[in-house]
Design a protein around this ligand. Structure first.
Ligand SMILES: Cc1ncc(COP(=O)(O)O)c(C=O)c1O
Length: 452
């Protein structure tokens, strides 16, 4: 049997992030202001430091990773790449399955890859506090950790349903010194507005983003940090795909298909974009984003300009959207409950350069349990989406006899998601129908933009 864990040295941690914009066939659609005109970098200056704004609009292929950021990456990176021999045997597939495991970070997912970078640049810019949202609790933990490392105060608006489902995620954030609130709160105008209309709301990422952005925009000492969607976030995550390529080279392999769960698109972009560079140069590789059928942004959404948050405080981004005021069903993959998607991922999907599939909740848990029983690692409900899609492809290979090489991103562990697993074992999980009516209604509220 060939290697199980394919490991790199600390000195192999990439020294640069890869910017996919340099290899996209068309320049990214610009963000627009409320008047429908493209915004300049200064419009973002109230909530982001200039270094991150520059990265947001950069077309340079490579951007240097500051040494203090690489120093912190060394606590858990390079992350291991595994060959899933035992899962292959369990499935009886001729396919080769590899997975990149990002759950080895202190917070338990890929999110610290960008949290550390964002905290660093904000500290450099003299910022004292960061406000943010969290869905699954993974991003809130990641930023709390990074804030602790760089001496920044962190306030986290945690989506109410996750706040209730995952009390120990809250304790982790407290351990790293952050303040955590169940969103919507009565502490922001956005929160009060939502609560007035819907006092029993489960919350959503879009609502929590509105609250965190409002706070950052109204305080000099406070900036905002976003855990996904924006170009600079996906940029920081590309260390995942760069490491994975080097690891696969070590064993003389290359994937036919790459899978990742897709909420706002950051871990998908992180693993897929470095392979996209090869695709742009003519190599054949399929890049597949996997989303929930209950929040099917890429597969059922519309490619249009829309707000990134529920209340409409952010610039307009051209992305696949289900409508900024769509509140997805309370599935356990909280990190995938987002109405929109990264503009970069959206554009590549629109141009047919990356693919997407949607999978139902119960089937994702079934896949997660199979994976845990074969490979040992208990994965996050979000990551189970990628596992499901990869297993489905491996089973197709079993039928066809094709020995494809499959790679997926195991974006996080599920150690704080055991209540969800328990509900699955008790037969209490639901497969929500595609919320057609709710989406139709919220799509009526997306802004009318002439150039969209
Ligand atoms: C473990 C895990 N995977 C995936 C995601 C989805 O986010 P993104 O699409 O930005 O990677 C999240 C978000 O919270 C997450 O916690």
């Amino acid at each position: 049997m060939s290697e199980v864990k394919i490991l790199l040295e600390e000195s192999d941690i990439p020294k640069q992030w890869y910017n996919v914009v340099a290899d996209m066939p068309n320049p990214p659609a610009p963000p627009l202001g409320p008047d429908g005109n493209p915004i300049g970098p200064e419009a973002l200056g109230a909530i982001f430091p200039m270094a991150l704004i520059e990265q947001e609009v950069s077309a340079d292929r490579w951007i240097d990773i500051p040494e203090p950021v690489r120093e912190i990456y060394r606590l858990w990176r390079p992350s291991p790449l595994y060959r899933a021999h035992r899962l292959e045997q369990m499935l009886g597939t001729p396919a080769k399955i590899y997975y990149k495991y990002e759950g080895v970070s202190p917070a338990g997912s890929h999110k610290p890859n960008t949290a550390v970078a964002q905290a660093y640049y904000n500290k450099q810019a003299g910022i004292k506090r960061l406000s943010t949202e969290t869905g699954a609790g993974q991003w809130g933990c990641a930023l709390s950790l990074a804030g602790q490392m760089f001496g920044l105060d962190i306030r986290v608006y945690m989506v109410k349903v996750s706040y209730e489902q995952k009390p120990y995620r809250r304790s982790m954030m407290h351990t790293w010194g952050a303040e955590v609130l169940a969103s919507p709160t009565d502490q922001t105008e956005a929160g009060r507005k939502i609560l007035a209309g819907e006092p029993d709301t489960t919350g959503s990422l879009g609502i929590s983003i509105s609250e965190a952005v409002e706070e950052a925009a109204s305080r000099e000492d406070t900036n905002y940090a976003l855990g996904s969607v924006l170009n600079h976030v996906l940029l920081h995550q590309t260390i995942i795909g760069q490491e994975a390529k080097t690891q696969l080279e070590k064993v003389g392999d290359y994937p036919d298909m790459v899978f990742a769960p897709c909420g706002g698109g950051s871990n998908f972009g992180g693993i897929a974009f470095p392979f996209f560079a090869d695709k742009a140069a003519g190599k054949e590789v399929r890049l597949v984003a996997v989303e929930p059928t209950s929040c099917p942004t890429l597969t059922k959404g519309e490619y249009a300009y829309d707000f990134g948050d529920t209340v409409g405080l952010t610039p307009l981004l051209k992305m696949y959207t289900l409508g900024h005021d769509f509140i997805p069903p309370g599935i356990h993959a909280g990190g995938l409950r987002y109405h929109g998607d990264s503009a970069l991922v959206s554009q590549l999907y629109n141009e047919g350069l990356v693919e997407a599939v949607a999978v139902p909740q119960i089937a994702t848990f079934e896949a997660g349990v199979m994976f845990a029983q074969a490979e040992g690692i208990i994965s996050a409900p979000e990551s189970n989406h990628a596992i499901r899609a990869c297993i489905d492809e491996a089973l197709l290979c079993k039928e066809s006899g094709e020995a494809k090489t499959l790679l997926f991103n195991l974006s996080g562990h599920g150690h704080f998601d055991m209540a969800a697993y328990e509900r699955y074992y008790n037969g209490e999980l639901e497969d929500y129908d595609y919320p057609e009516e709710a989406i139709k209604q919220s799509m009526q509220n997306i802004p009318k933009v002439a150039s969209a």
